[in-house]
Ligand binder design. Structure first.
Ligand code: GLU
Length: 304
């Protein structure tokens, strides 16, 4: 299969759609990006790489970072992690407070903000130097020592992050946040501020493609069963409230972020990252979903 030809064709078809949708504006720093970008990168497990469009421009990975946080916490704590959060799709918006009250401070899953805040709390409790440990982990999985946090994006989110503070205080009142809320939020905002380009992002998910082993250095991060579980959660909860539609249209485990990135993968084969900053009504990259739907349709390949 000629992946380059396929992504060239998809790029030409989808590029005109990048004028639709809306850039996230609730984090002021994200508004500085202009819409109209489209980048696509495929990385195969046998180390071939295919790129089209803006795949060398770094962008804010935002919620995609929740997969890295979860991986780190899962590798430290194992299945005890699930005492503090669930594994069900939320059916509510990613930053909803309502459900948390019904469920006594236990977030539905690790990819809604409440769940990711509990994951941040776990990382703070179990790592000596959490900021370095997380970024070193991300650098290792994407095989690029230059990937970094963006301090001004983190600061911008902190200024407007009242709802995330509310979620954390609420969970603390139920005993499900152990560290000071300020520390948990600072870490969470910093995690969300990590910047990558499409090439890095696609490479960084190869450890999930490869049953939990980083293919660049042969390091085992998760076992095959843990990898299966994270991948399954990405199918059921990786795309906010659009996970069902994404599974139906694309048929791959995926994770999106409000910076306009989406990463998805086919186990044992490849990962694909797309970036286009304008979002649809569910908060997912509008053009990004179009690209991924076309990719699995034209190749006839998905997890199903
Ligand atoms: N940092 C963002 C927030 O907490 C992440 C949201 C996202 O990408 O879904 O609101």
């Amino acid at each position: 299969m000629d992946f380059q030809e396929i992504i060239n064709r998809i790029y030409n078809e989808v590029k005109p759609m990048t004028v639709y949708g809306k850039i996230a504006d609730y984090i002021p720093a994200l508004q500085q990006v202009s819409s109209g970008h489209l980048g696509i990168s495929i990385q195969t497990l046998d180390k071939k790489s295919y790129c089209k469009g803006d795949c060398n421009i770094p962008f804010s990975i935002q919620s995609i970072s929740k997969v890295f946080g979860l991986t780190l916490a899962y590798s430290k704590l194992g299945s005890k992690l699930w005492d503090r959060m669930g594994k069900e799709p939320s059916g509510t918006s990613f930053n909803s407070l309502v459900q948390l009250e019904h469920e006594q401070g236990i977030p539905r899953n690790p990819f809604i903000n409440a769940g990711a805040l509990v994951v941040s709390d776990i990382i703070l409790s179990h790592c000596n130097d959490p900021y370095s440990e997380l970024i070193d982990f991300v650098r290792e999985v994407c095989n690029d020592p230059n990937v970094n946090y963006n301090d001004s994006v983190a600061a911008s989110e902190k200024e407007t992050g009242d709802r995330n503070y509310a979620l954390a205080y609420f969970m603390k009142s139920y005993g499900n946040i152990k560290n000071p809320v300020e520390d948990v939020l600072s870490f969470y905002f910093k995690q969300c501020s990590i910047e990558m380009d499409c090439r890095n992002l696609a490479r960084s998910f190869l450890y999930l493609v490869n049953h939990g082993t980083n293919p660049f250095i042969g390091k085992n991060i998760l076992n095959a069963s843990q990898t299966k579980r994270i991948s399954a959660l990405m199918i059921t909860s990786g795309m906010y409230n659009e996970a069902g539609d994404f599974a139906y249209r694309v048929g791959l485990p995926g994770k999106s972020g409000v910076g306009g990135g989406i990463v998805a993968f086919i186990p044992q084969k490849l990962s694909i990252a797309v970036w286009s900053p304008a979002l649809n009504m569910s908060g997912n990259s509008l053009a990004g979903i179009e690209v991924l739907e076309r990719f699995t349709s034209y190749t006839g390949d998905s997890v199903f």
